[in-house]
Design a protein around this ligand. Structure first.
Ligand code: FAD
Length: 290
């Protein structure tokens, strides 16, 4: 089903994110993960592009195509910072040939070891190119606390509007741990005239090193409550998993109550954790948006 139809159905959309396997593992290792996540009946599963320096575009395309074949809608992430226009056009052809027509269009993080190709400076330029090709549903990233490279949240929201005007018809947010940040951001986007659905990105934090990496990469702030929990349970992986599930559940239930358009769960390729969260929220998800 077209994703625009899914969002117009008036219920809280539920989606999951996965990443391609590390270079050392085969793609088969992720198929089981996809099969298990598909059992949660998400509205779609998104597949990252080269996150953490692994996984080439073709792997993303293969996984997104496999997800569709299993009966779940998929979105392929696509970055442009290290690509030429020709390379992007070839990637779009490849996606279309595999039946993948939903794209999360991103600039991508600049890698100090790889000089950017400079044909695309910002994601809105990629969005313009994809929109000009026709036949794609385009999503874009957004940042409830502002993108770390941008001077202010207000300026970042103006840049976000440019992505929507260029053709993004749905937004997926960076992870955040304080729902108040998301609510403030939602008010700012509405005031800026951004009317497309915004999914809230939620990450269950199951290891201390994971949260340290995420916070340094994306600049998400850690509320006192979470900080206390990490200090208390950070060295006990089983207890921390319980904490991660409880914290994410609490965030999601509150967001659904506040009429969020969708929940995008960063599954970290961990179906067991995703399932436990899903079990906690499935009845609330079914209540629909007010
Ligand atoms: P942009 O929208 O281009 O913004 C980048 C910066 O430029 C921001 O500071 C913005 O304010 C500024 N800017 C935008 N337009 C202008 C303008 N006209 N003038 C001046 N400044 C401007 N990375 C990956 O490598 N692979 C992935 O699969 C991936 N998936 C992601 C999924 C989600 C949901 C999110 C939130 C992020 C993801 N990322 C991924 C990370 C993303 O690539 C980085 O956050 C990157 O630094 C910015 O990408 P963007 O598309 O938001 O860029």
């Amino acid at each position: 089903m077209n994703l625009d139809q899914i969002f117009s159905a008036g219920r809280t959309v539920f989606s999951l994110e996965i990443f391609p396997p590390k270079k050392t593992s085969s793609i088969d290792s992720v198929y089981t993960t996809i099969d298990e996540l598909s059992q949660l009946k998400p509205d779609f599963i998104s597949v990252t592009y080269g996150a953490g320096g692994t996984g080439a575009g073709s792997l993303t395309c293969k996984m997104a195509s496999y997800i569709k074949e299993q009966g779940t809608e998929s979105i392929a992430h696509l970055t442009c910072v290290n690509s030429t226009r020709e390379e992007v056009l070839a990637a779009l052809e490849d996606l279309k040939a595999h039946g993948v027509t939903n794209i999360l269009a991103l600039r991508g993080d600049k890698n100090p070891d790889i000089p950017p190709k400079e044909e695309f400076r910002y994601a809105y330029e990629l969005i313009e190119l994809i929109a000009s090709q026709g036949g794609f549903h385009i999503a874009a990233a957004c940042y409830p606390e502002g993108h770390p490279e941008c001077g202010s949240l207000a300026q970042d929201v103006r840049h976000l509007k440019q992505k929507v005007d260029a053709g993004a018809s749905h937004l997926i947010s960076q992870l955040f741990f304080d729902n108040e940040d998301f609510y403030r951001f939602r008010e700012m986007t509405a005031a800026a005239g951004i009317q497309v659905p915004i999914e809230a990105g939620i990450m269950p934090v199951t290891s201390r090193s994971q949260i340290e990496r995420m916070v340094s990469m994306c600049g998400a702030s850690i509320p006192k409550k979470l900080s206390r929990l990490l200090s208390r349970y950070g060295d006990d992986p089983l207890a921390l998993t319980d904490v991660a599930i409880a914290y994410a559940t609490d965030q999601i239930i509150d967001l659904i109550g506040a009429g969020v358009d969708g929940i995008h769960l960063y599954s970290m390729n961990n179906p067991a954790v995703a399932r436990r969260i899903y079990e906690n929220i499935k009845n609330a998800l079914a209540t629909g948006r007010s």
